[in-house]
Structures are given as C-alpha cells and as structure tokens.
Design a protein around this ligand. Structure first.
Ligand SMILES: Cc1ncc(COP(=O)(O)O)c(C=O)c1O
Length: 385
C-alpha cells in the first residue's frame, strides 16, 4: 500500500484534466498567435482557460497572464513591479519571513541591485500583524508581497488588512496564492491584491503551468521579453496543453471547493487530534491561526524529521519535511525558525498535506503505524545519546 500525503508539494493530475490535455495535445497543435484556422483554434483554447482561471479568483480574463508556474509568477510580480516603479523613486520592497523561496530569493537578487527589502516577522502563530506592516512601510515602498497560505504550516495571512495599509501608502500588493487557490475560495479583488500568483500543479493540474493575475491598470514590466504574446506582458509561445490543463483544473476546483474543504478539514483534524492523543511529545505548529484545511505540521520530540520521513516512506506513507525545495538539505525550516520555535523543533517537524484521493481508511492506517515508527526511532536516538 502506498499513501500520498504530500499534496502541498504537488497533486496528481485529475483524470478529467488529463483528458482535456491529451485532446489538446493531439488536436490543437496550432500556434495561438497564427491568424489562420489552426492558430485560432489554439487561441480559443487559451481564451477558455483564461476565463476559467479568472472565475476561480474573481478576476477578468484580460487580467490573467499565463506563466510557467508559481515561481515564474512570483518572479514576474516582484521583478516586473520593481522595474516598472524604479523611475518613481520607490525603491523599497516589503514581504514576510515565511514566504516561499520563489519570493525570498528573488528579493535577495533585487537587494543586490540596490533595492531595500524589509521582511516582516511572524509571531509564534505564523501570522503577520498589521502593526508590523504599519511600522515597516514608508511612502517609498513600491510593493508589499504577502503569501496567502503558507506551504509548510498552512497558515492564512490577513491579506485584506495588510493590503489596505499598503494602499494607504500608495504601494502595490502581491499575494502568492499558490497554496490557497483551489483549496480555499480565493477572491483577488476582495483580498485587495493588485497581483496574485497561482500554479496548476497544486490543484490537480499539470506542472509547468500557472498564472499571474494583474489587476487592470497595474504597472508591471514584462520580464520575459520577445514577441507580443499575452498582450506583450509575457513573451513566448504559450504552453497550450498545459494552459488547457490549468483551466480545466480551475474549473474542477470551483465545483469541488466547499465540499473538499469540509471533508479534508475533518480528516486533518482527526489526524491531528489522534496524533496528539496517541504519540507523546508531539505538538502542532501554527495550529492557533486560520489554516488551509488540508495541511498539518507536527513536531516529534527526540526525532530527526528526515529519519521519520524515511521510516514512514518505508511503511508506504509519503510525507514531507516542509517545502519540497528545501527537503533533502537538512536545513531547518525557515518558516518554523521565523515562528521562533526552539532549534530542536525546527528539525523534528513533518508536514502532512492531504488531498482529493485520501480517505479515512488511509488516515487510520497511518495512525495505526505512526506510534510504533516513532517509538522505534526514539529508541535508536536514545541509544545513540
Ligand atoms: C507558496 C508557493 N509559492 C510558489 C511555489 C512555486 O510554484 P511552482 O512549483 O509552480 O514553481 C510553491 C511551490 O511549492 C509554493 O508552495
């Protein structure tokens, strides 16, 4: 038996999305920029996907720019705003300490080019306080970038309140909604965002397809330059089948969102409560904040997270130690560190992220195995000391 509990890393392709994509791959080979029949058919595929993505986040189709995924969308938002606003003298960027690497590493690159960057702290709850933003923001701030849901602990930031403060100072607002789109109802306008990133493979679409939503009138420079694709906002012949998959996944998410959130929330809560009850020395990270319903991050005293991950994999359960990008490095999680957790807890925590195909039986099978696996690891670690 193999059980997949790592849906924040990626999700399996939905069968209906797969069908749409294979049809498009086989039949719609035209270049969407061509004026002839074949090109126009491919363009129609893009148009439909653009509407589907816009509906998912309450945007207009013309505001959706397709990208190669979440990382590119984040780069586009940050670098594109920085370039567009540089001449205005606004040379300050604000984000949080718990952003994804796609944001943090891009900010480092901009800092090397003379931008001032402020990272807002999160408290023990994993949430940024509006007061922290009030203190950091100035009238020279170009952009405030705050992720909607965190990939490691699932906490949901008060983007709306933060956006209101940013706008009072004339700054633009970007939110990385890669981990919330398709899991929660995401309304880009209600959030007060000017730019929003999303990625198909986090909600049962393909890898390598995503979008940046750019509110009409927002000044953003293209970072991928070349032809006039995507209304000159992102050059390059579009990944038509991937984008069709993104659109189909967005449409699928719309129909399942509420029921899935309720089902997964109940499964996650069952998992958490039972782990806390049956395995001594455990604690849930970020539990006191609003969270996406599928995610839990749990510390196990006296255990290396990587060892637990490997032991669970041998038993057939795929979990992770925080983000897929940094796992394998034995680096303590920057998110847990930012929450002020003591160093042993930043290295003994695993993330379990549930998804569409997970069942109560799988959760119960996991719960039945976990105490033994943890007990064995603790004996080994204890013997080594
Ligand atoms: C919050 C967040 N932002 C951005 C990304 C990057 O998205 P992609 O894998 O599509 O490049 C991820 C993926 O893990 C993520 O979790």
């Amino acid at each position: 038996m193999r059980v997949y509990f790592d849906h924040n890393a990626t999700t399996p392709l939905d069968p209906e999305v797969f069908e749409v994509m294979t049809r498009v791959l086989g039949e719609e080979f035209g270049n969407p920029s061509s004026v002839h029949h074949f090109g126009q058919r491919a363009k129609a595929v893009l148009d439909e996907a653009r509407s589907q993505v816009a509906r998912l986040i309450n945007g207009e189709p013309s505001e959706v720019v397709f990208t190669s995924g979440g990382t590119e969308a984040d780069n586009f938002a940050l670098r594109g705003v920085a370039e567009a606003l540089e001449p205005t003298g606004r040379r300050h960027l604000v984000a949080t300490t718990i952003e994804h690497e796609a944001v943090l590493v891009t900010l480092k690159a901009l800092a090397r080019r003379g931008w001032t960057v402020t990272l807002l702290p999160v408290g023990a709850t994993g949430i940024v306080s509006p007061d922290a933003l009030r203190e950091a923001i100035t009238d020279r701030t170009a952009l405030v970038s705050v992720m909607h849901a965190n990939n490691e602990i699932g906490t949901v930031q008060p983007v709306e309140a933060l956006a209101a403060i940013a706008h009072e100072h004339g700054a633009l607002v970007h939110t990385d909604a890669v981990q919330s789109a398709g899991k929660l109802a995401v309304d880009a306008r209600a959030l007060g965002a000017d730019l929003l990133s999303l990625s198909a493979h986090k909600f049962y679409g393909p890898k390598g397809a995503g979008a940046l939503w750019i509110k009409r009138g927002t000044r953003v420079a293209a970072i991928m330059t070349g032809g006039r694709h995507e209304r000159s906002r992102r050059a390059g012949t579009e990944n038509v089948a991937g984008i069709a998959g993104l659109g189909a996944a967005a449409a699928r998410a719309m129909t399942k969102l509420d029921a899935e959130a309720t089902r997964l929330g109940a499964l996650r809560d069952r998992l958490e409560h039972r782990i806390l009850d049956t395995v001594p020395g455990t604690a849930v990270n970020g539990a006191r904040a609003p969270r996406v319903p599928n995610t839990t991050n749990i510390s196990f005293d006296g255990i290396e997270a990587e060892s637990l991950l490997i032991a669970l994999d041998l038993e057939g359960f795929a979990v992770s130690t925080g983000s897929a990008c940094s796992s394998g490095t034995l680096e303590p999680s920057h998110v847990l560190r930012a929450m002020g957790l003591p160093s042993h807890r930043t290295q003994n925590s695993i993330r379990i992220s549930l998804g569409a195909r997970n069942t109560e039986a799988e959760v119960d099978a996991f719960l039945a195995k976990l105490p033994t696996v943890v007990g064995k690891l603790r004996t080994v670690t204890g013997a080594r000391r």
